[in-house]
Design a binder for this molecule. Structure first.
Ligand SMILES: Nc1nc2c(c(=O)[nH]1)N[C@H]1C(S)=C(S)[C@@H](COP(=O)(O)O)O[C@H]1N2
Ligand SMILES: [Mo]
Length: 328
């Protein structure tokens, strides 16, 4: 059981194991790709910067027992990373349990191999990928992001993954495609929560195509330099850091490009409380609680919630002309 104390604020067991972070060859193409995808914290004054190059990370399953590793102790705002055990042991994953501290144990024997992800709908190249295809085909890199749950708690997590855009560029959405719909695996015999009607299973989420193409939106396949735990959504989940955590759907098996706005599992359950956009916004309260502040796991004091969870510079342009108070 995870107990949160002040002692756990500092992640002591971060190993800056540079050998595992193979710095990619500094090709012009690599540098351009990095410049185009403005990772917060990476200064880009005056055009292309030589360093840091996006480090490629390999995630063989054998790394499941490795020490957690991360390239930094904090995010770009200076906030400490949460500890590996806390991130892996305090989860929202209703397919297993509504008790955040019960998910890790209940999910530990869930099989994530073999695993296929089917990508179809309004695309030129419908493709079914095996998870091992995905791990080798798309360059995996570290992204340290804040995760802000709609329940007003948050963490800082060093994910490993790759941009959604990289996968969409391979399957080539057609001109009619406006949204991306993501679906979680349906396996009620192995997911006890799916035997109850808390939500309409399987869990579904969606993004507008331009949101999905934003460089901050990733598929995560790892965390702290290791493969994802089942509790964190193994083998592949979404991470959309400027939106409430429920948008970041776990254990994805189906991706469909569609014309109409998808109805997410949470919209079907309570559209008034959990809208399609669900951008982190301290000024728009949940009908039942304030969103102005949050509890960072491991801290005692509440802290102020940031507009778009602190990623305003990267994503505000996506919502120009929209009345944000209407898009919970
Ligand atoms: N399939 C599925 N995905 C899900 C959820 C879920 O219950 N089922 N919970 C969401 C919520 S509410 C949050 S806050 C994040 C939590 O991610 P974490 O447990 O990796 O921190 O996962 C999201 N993705
Ligand atoms: Mo959440």
């Amino acid at each position: 059981m995870v107990k949160l104390s002040r002692d756990e604020i500092t992640p002591e067991h971060i190993y800056l194991n540079r050998r595992k972070f193979m710095v990619g060859i500094g090709s012009a193409a690599g540098a351009l790709a990095l410049a185009a995808c403005a990772v917060p914290g990476v200064q880009q004054a005056g055009g292309i910067q030589a360093a840091p190059a996006a480090p490629a990370i390999e995630l063989p399953e054998a790394l499941a027992n490795a020490e957690p590793t991360a390239s930094a102790l904090t995010d770009e705002l200076g906030d400490s990373l949460n500890e590996y055990d806390v991130i892996a042991g305090y989860n929202n994953y209703y397919e297993f349990s509504m008790d955040k501290e019960a998910v890790a144990k209940l999910s530990q024997n869930f099989a994530t191999r073999p695993w296929e992800v089917k990508v179809g709908g309004l695309v030129e190249n419908p493709t079914t990928y095996s998870i091992d295809d995905i791990l080798t085909r798309f360059t995996q890199e570290e992204r340290i992001y804040r995760l802000r749950c709609v329940e007003a708690w948050s963490m800082v997590i060093p994910w490993v993954g790759f941009p959604i855009a990289a996968l969409l560029e391979e399957v080539k959405p057609t001109a009619e495609a406006k949204y991306v719909k993501f679906t979680t695996v349906y396996r009620p015999e192995a997911m006890p929560g799916q035997q109850r009607s808390t939500l309409n299973w399987p869990y579904v989420e969606g993004l507008r195509l331009d949101e999905a193409m934003n460089p901050l939106a990733i598929f995560a396949t790892g965390m702290y330099g290791k493969p994802l735990t089942v509790s964190n959504g193994a083998p592949i989940r979404l991470v959309v850091p400027w939106k409430y955590g429920f948008k970041s759907i776990k254990s994805i098996v189906d991706i469909e490009l569609v014309e109409e706005e998808p109805v997410s599992a949470w919209m079907a359950a309570a559209a008034y409380e959990y809208g399609f956009y669900a951008n982190v916004n301290p000024e728009v309260d949940h009908p039942r609680w304030s969103q102005a502040t949050e509890r960072r796991i491991g801290e005692n004091q509440r802290r102020e919630t940031l507009m778009f969870n602190g990623y305003e510079d990267e994503v505000a342009h996506l919502y120009e002309g929209m009345d944000l108070s209407l898009y919970y």
